[in-house]
Write a protein that binds this ligand. Structure first.
Ligand SMILES: Cc1ncc(COP(=O)(O)O)c(C=O)c1O
Length: 413
């Protein structure tokens, strides 16, 4: 997107504001689809958790994407956005049997990641096909918080528990129609994918009625200039060969599924915030914006490096700044960043703000969550209003008179 478009959006809708470029989402979707064009049956299930605004979900649906969900609420959002139940996969972790049954009632594909629930669900509903999430014991992912396929991870059923899993399947007579893994996010090395895929293929041989194999996600996208990204084209070629060979051996054309979040929406997102204060201290120059980790937590949570640009003064002399938020704790978006000279009132643009940004926003410090705008066909469309004070207090129950003198008298009597 052009700076002028972003500045106009900030002027029209105020700041801070999230902006999503539909063209980038579409091109990423097409790129991934193309990379796997050698697979007869490919399914991309967009990971709703990355960015779950209903208008974004509608865009994904229009592209022919399926939906990967992790909560009953995400399932409901997906249905509301027009996804057919059969194109939604529900991959929860640590949720109650009741929630899984609720999702099953809605007709979505169930994915179970522990033996306890598998046994209970299979005993009660042997006719509902179930996918199982395997933990392949592979260390992958760009940060320990997003490495989820290793031996100490809470996710998936260990490959060492396959004998127990098979016994449950046999005793309950349940139907396993899919097998799944997700080893982590920001995986750089495609050999990790390929290695884990071998484990998945080996495991898949134990099940006779599979319809699909789901390789999860974890594609790394570039965050700054010169950054490395997952080579999806190379992965596409190599995994396609392995997959097609496996299908021949298996004797059936299976669906190859992925559930990308970051790959589809990260680079499409821009977060715009206004500089309230430029503060020179003895050691640095701080630029404080009208936002904080309540709106964009990834730098504080994962050490994520979002490129920050001063779109109000793109030709200005570059200087070093620490860009910080207004939250009353350490709240740093980036230290020692070279940014075009900043003045109070300038609009800073944070890149890669599409994935895990708005969806992780909170009301911490009793701030409103920002608005969201979709940039589509050269037009800006508001897809979420900025919160108001009413939103902040909507669900609070005010015990108005409990602490007044009137009430105290009543208590004494
Ligand atoms: C089960 C599952 N699938 C898919 C994703 C999406 O991963 P990414 O955003 O790296 O594509 C995640 C992310 O946490 C996940 O937990």
């Amino acid at each position: 997107m052009k700076n002028a478009d972003l500045l106009k959006i900030a002027k029209t809708y105020g700041n801070p504001v999230y902006v999503y470029d539909s063209e980038k989402i579409i091109s990423q979707f097409n790129r991934l689809t193309n990379a796997f064009k050698g697979v007869k049956r490919l399914r991309l299930n967009y990971a709703a958790k990355a960015l779950s605004n209903i208008s974004i979900l509608r865009l994904m649906n229009s592209l022919g994407s399926g939906l990967d969900t992790v909560s009953i609420q995400e399932v409901q959002l997906g249905l509301m956005a027009g996804f057919k139940p059969e194109s939604i996969i529900y991959t929860p972790n640590g949720v109650s049997l009741e929630e899984i049954e609720e999702a099953a009632k809605l007709g979505v594909q169930i994915n179970i990641d522990n033996l306890s629930v598998l046994e209970q669900f299979g005993s009660k509903h042997p006719d509902i096909p179930v996918c199982i999430r395997i933990n392949p014991h592979v260390m992958a992912g760009g940060n320990s918080n997003i490495s989820v396929g290793h031996i100490d991870s809470k996710f998936g059923i260990s490959i060492h528990q396959i004998p127990h899993l098979l016994r449950i399947v046999e005793l309950t007579q349940m139907n396993i129609n899919g097998i799944h893994m997700h080893t982590g996010s920001d995986i750089l090395d495609i050999d990790v994918f390929l290695y884990a895929s071998e484990i998945l293929f080996e495991t898949a041989k134990n099940f006779k009625n599979l319809d699909f194999i789901d390789f999860g996600s974890g594609f790394k996208v570039p965050y700054k200039e010169g950054d490395i990204e997952t080579n999806v084209e190379e992965l596409g070629k190599k995994l396609t060969d392995k997959f097609n060979t496996f299908c021949k051996e298996y004797g059936k054309e299976l669906t190859l599924a992925f559930e990308p979040g970051k790959f589809l929406v990260s680079e499409a997102g821009y977060f715009l915030a206004k500089v309230n204060v430029v503060k020179q201290t003895t050691s640095t120059v701080f630029a404080s914006v009208d936002s904080g980790f309540n709106h964009l937590i990834r730098p504080m949570l994962y050490g994520a490096n979002h490129t920050i640009e001063n779109i109000s003064n793109p030709q200005g002399r570059e200087r070093y700044y620490s860009v910080v938020g207004y939250i009353c704790e350490t709240d740093t978006f980036g230290n020692n960043r070279r940014i075009n000279e900043i003045s109070e009132g300038d609009i800073l643009c944070f890149k890669n703000a599409g994935a895990y940004c708005f969806t992780m926003a909170s009301n911490y410090n009793s701030r409103f969550r920002p608005s969201e705008v979709l940039w589509h066909d050269g037009k800006a469309l508001l897809i979420r209003e900025r919160e108001s004070f009413d939103d902040l207090v909507r669900n609070q129950v005010d015990v108005k008179n409990l602490f007044t003198s009137e009430k105290a008298e009543i208590a004494v009597k």
